[in-house]
Design a protein around this ligand. Sequence first.
Ligand code: ATP
Length: 741
Amino acid sequence: MVARETAAEQAHLDEVYAHLDRRRAEVSAQLAKAERAPTAGTPAARVERDALVRMYSERAATLRGVEERLLFGRLDMVDGASHYVGRVGLSTDDRVQLLLDWRAPAAAAFYQATAATPLGVARRRHLSTEQRRVTGIEDELLDTSAGGHPAVAGQGALLAALNARRSGRMRDIVTTIQAEQDRIIRAPLPGVLVVQGGPGTGKTAVALHRAAYLLFTHRERIASSGVLVVGPNRAFLRYIEQVLPSLGETGAVLSTPGQLFPGVDATALESADAAAVKGGLRMADVVAQAVRNRQRVPGKPLRLSVDGAQVTLRPADVVFARDRARASRKPHNAARVVFVKAVLERLARQLAAAQRVELNEDTRPGLLAELRESRDVRREVNLCWMPLTPQKLLTELYADPAKLAAAADGRLSRAERRLLRRDPGSAWTPADVPLLDEAAELLGSDDTAAQLDAARAAAERKAERDYAQQALAMSGAAGMLTADDLLDRYASDAASLSVAERASEDREWAFGHVIVDEAQELSPMQWRLLMRRCPTRSMTVVGDIAQTGALAGASSWGEMLDPYVEGRWHQEQLTVNYRTPRRVMEVANDVLEAAGIPAAAAKSVRDVHWDPTSHSVAPRDAAALLDVVRDELGHLDGGRLAVLTSRADQEWAVGVLRDALPAGSVGDGPTTLDSAVSVMTATEAKGLEFDAVVLVEPAALLAESARGVNDLFVAMTRPTQRLRVLHSSALPAGLGGLRAA
Ligand SMILES: Nc1ncnc2c1ncn2[C@@H]1O[C@H](COP(=O)(O)OP(=O)(O)OP(=O)(O)O)[C@@H](O)[C@H]1O
């Protein structure tokens, strides 16, 4: 019976793959043809060609991405209909459906039907496949009134996925999404949805599948504006980067908080206290004051020489010009034009008097030109109102205690200001990024050249739009796409750039949806920046308040979100831990409990036969560390091991392991998960998972931060199999449940 069922499913699978291959061949031919198309040198033809090339390239990428486990489910409905569920929808030319996209409304029953609420499903079948072969079938009969038994009982697809070795890359969960997760994935697009859940409850997985769902379901609304996915660091982004392509989606921008200001990739480290000061909303006022302080009035009248004559720059004239410029409500660099004009107007009166000419429409241009050419005038006007970039403003603010004190104006204590002190040329940290963004808002573009560029770009865009209009009219496609749509999606200078690429280069880009992972870590200033990127406030925010490590991070969701969407955000909860084995989770929860931190303990679905263990060792005991790590490597079988330490112990541990283990086996930086062993702090390990974790000196980790308990909790909840704790000082409270080795 199993053999017969398997053969029948294999026949259908063959047909689906054959169809996929045909579609791929068609799209490659269309792409090749579009690439070869002559453009006849006109912008219209170029726009049209580039639009087609981009469209076919995106289709080709989608079809390439879905090769593995293309088909994974089948629904047999009570009414006799039957659907195969897979990564993408496929139909024959005469509209016979071969495969239903998992995101289509009809596929929801595959994830949500239960015996109690069968949603019209008689039988749900999970099909496991490997390289185009059916390798397993698992049936659930939901319509018990039919009185039958499952035709085939297979190994639980979910448990098989959960027990698999880790590869350093997150896999999609599309074949085994659970009902509580599916409801979140399919939640409506508008509004802010908060997904709170303990470790391993699938928050990251759910967030990424939601991105794929939204791009599919609301393509016309968000495909051209894109989806932004924010994750904690580059190693994490690398960990998740294959998930969306494997779901057939390429339209998302993945970014760390440090990359949210175009042109800056902030990765430098700083003390948690300094980051906390920078993360507070007070800094918005400090930056605003810093900008105002750069609009200066000289303390006394200044004599300036203009082509042999003398004029006086009077403080009152500068105050007049400054007030007028501020009243324009333009950003600093644009308001500078107003300021300069007003100052020169005042000086022109004096110059006219000095030269004994009347100031009128005929004489004014010449007098203003003389003033502009005077070095004295240029220098003093610049000193009063200098064009500024965000980088320059912030660099000078950090480097000059007097400037910072003046900008802080009582908002920061002396000790806090000292934490911000930085030499010019220091690398940017993630906490600087929202301050740069704040400054950019207030400064605007930094010089007149940029304004000229903008005007030129607008003119070019208009010309291209006109051509695109013609192109559409000629191709008969008007009615489906407007010329602006076409331009927005594919054209302008960057015809060959995707939405994702253009969005990540444009600070003022408004995303159609923003997904924030490990959202509990974001500071109020980081939220302020993100809200700017998402004026529609269509967001999915996932995180766990019990894992907050950053001092400026969240202790409640309302605290962060209410300033922007007061009372208008909605919270969902995930309750099942798919990662951490039950016994490990019990000890991790004990740690929170001992610290009096309330956490809704997520239920672990998995159990393993290893107990989490503790090893009493000497301080910085290299031999003991190597013993345990070598032992773990013996179990690893191609999986991943993390050695988690305090910041202070990290370098020591890397040194010990690099010296003793084969070259290349101890990773670091964004590609660390490509290696078998990663040595990380708890902060760096956030969001990641490993087959095994060796935790070094938990007391040191605990002592390093005011939120050390949360860091310890994060570290302990990373393994899918084994946790081993090495300690020389007493074990912190709550770790009594470890078995002493
Ligand atoms: N429905 C599912 N089917 C298969 N695997 C799942 C499912 N849900 C979650 N997982 C797996 O559980 C693990 C944890 O998921 P994920 O990293 O998304 O959790 P998280 O809530 O973001 O965790 P943390 O807060 O600890 O970072 C991953 O390996 C994920 O693939």
